[in-house]
Design a protein around this ligand. Sequence first.
Ligand code: SF4
Length: 376
Amino acid sequence: MLKSEVFNHIKPKIKSILKKALNSEEDLTLEEGFELLKVTGKEFIALQNVADTICFEKKRDLVTFVINRNINFTNICFQECKFCCFSVPDKNKGFLLTLDEIKEKVIEAKRNNCTEVCIQGGIHPDLTFEFYLDILKTVKDVDRRIHTHAFSPQEILYMSQLFGDTIENTLKELQKAGLDSIPGTAAEILVDKIREIICPNKVSVSQWKDIITSAHNLGIPTTSTIMYGHIEDLKDRIVHLEILREIQKETHGFTEFVPLPFVRENSILSKQNEFPLKYSYGVADLKLYSVARLFLNNYINNIQTSWVKLGPKLAQISLNYGVNDFSGTLMEENISKSAGAGFGEYLPPDEMIRIIKSAGKHPAQRDTVYNIIRNY
Ligand code: SF4
């Protein structure tokens, strides 16, 4: 229950936005979301309190996680996104896994009780559509019950070009081959003027929306993400949230929202001086989690933290800022590691359970679409 003194000594404008959010009946406007992204001090604490209250009303103290593994099957990519440290444009310097190697990784995932494999790769110039289909079939040949969470909207666009057919028909083929859900990556910031600078060769905002809504309309759920803390400003972040909220009103296909802070250490974006970088530190990270909980209220119920990007300690703290999911155990995390994230590539389930319990929450293992598998 919210203590009334939390609202003492804060600006009337912020107080009225927070009260509106607590009431949960009306959507926050873009302007209101923007105001909340700027709060500091006591207003920040009041925002935290409201986010935590709304999260508690929906989830009680349940914090979920999924046992999964990443399979990044190639790092060869010609897209040249300026924030990316994972990709290698030269075919002779990168790797491309064979189907047998992918199968070995799926078998290893099964041995480690993974319910999901998350499969993404670079945009390799020599791939065929059949290879993508064979990846899915390979997983399902090992065990049909393993959930394939696979291929970013960027990869889906590339596949539709290889296949020479529409996005919808491409998705239908993938579905037949065993695709269960899609990561809502390649979203970065859904503002074209920012995308033109950080990832000029990537899907546009309208292409991203089209691919995601086509998937949802075919009954393929997706996650939703934001990559923030680079050259965008706070308004861009809230515009991004608004786009996700509008899609979800129409399709109900997002399973969760995952804020991903830009990992700056090794990227071209960090080395250039042309566009000043606006890094996100801990308070801004926690503020975005909280604002997402309020802004997406009634639409996206699961807000996921990223222990890979934030580190397990700050990720644990985020559980008091509107977050109800601790993400995946992630055997073999390559993308953030190559960008310079200093945190592990695997967090064993026991460790995750300990972290969640020591935050005073109740851990539960879930599947990809948030069915509870086991309470701890
Ligand atoms: S973010 Fe993805 S599409 Fe962009 S360069 Fe990296 S691997 Fe390629």
